[in-house]
Design a protein around this ligand. Sequence first.
Ligand code: CP
Ligand code: NVA
Length: 314
Amino acid sequence: MTRHLLRDDDLSPAEQAEVLALADELKRTRHTEAAPTPLRAPNGVPRAVAVLFDKPSTRTRVSFSVGVAELGGYPLVVDGGASQLGRGESVEDTAHVLDRQVAAIVWRTFGQDRIEAMAAVSRVPVVNALTDEFHPCQILADLQTVAERRGALAGLTMSYLGDGANNMAHSYLLGGATAGMHVRIGSPESFQPSPEVLKRAGEIAAETGGSVRWTDDPSAAADGADVLVTDTWVSMGQEEEYDARVAPFLPYAVDDDALARAADDAVVLHCLPAYRGKEIAGSVIDGPQSAVWDEAENRLHAQKAVLIWLLEHS
Ligand code: CP
Ligand code: NVA
């Protein structure tokens, strides 16, 4: 069976732990002779990984390009507008063309239904590099970062303030619950997480000893948090709604007051790009509790681990 990473709950708790352990090992052994090169074919020729973008990207583009190269492969980066996908060729036809030539398909696109359709026919692993609904690669990097700082994940409280209905909130719910964390989402009532995701995350948390909670009270969400995290209030594709979206989120900013409510040694995360003075204060993201540059670097290690793990299990 071909394994894919389309949403965070595609990895069981044990599988997520394996991927995170592998990410740590890859970080330790980077640039050494112990670093694995599974994308190098026996004849020495690199195998390609397609990395497709229907939306802009800095971190995902760089980390998958560098990561595939470091695994001995060839990153074939294609922007949506430059492929026939951008002119209406079907997702399924694209998958049939790609999976005969590449070892894996990484895709950043809009609706989750598109990447689900790709995975339904692809004979090689498909990795979600962000959809409107989920961003599972980011959460693995975030979990790696928290574990580096705090030693373990289970039992920690991870509080996300901001747009509870976006991809990051959904992935924190599923990925954090999978790791046995207590995930709190603080958002305006009109930007709540999807009921399906909240329910699924609750089921996972019941197995792992974690918990999930939504509240519209930003102070209650931040109180005592071990990890304090936010994301842009205006995700890619929502630019035209900018003016209408900012006002409801103002009380949910991760500022000095929110940080003061969190645990003294709380770790601050932000997937980036960040908008200082909006969802996060400059004093917080550039302050001593911020781990955002480690978080951005860990995209590289976590995604190399995902690719290795999926290829080994497919
Ligand atoms: N965090 C993240 O996915 O960044 P990019 O949009 O720059 O890839
Ligand atoms: N929620 C943001 C995440 C960016 C990495 C967006 O989708 O634009």
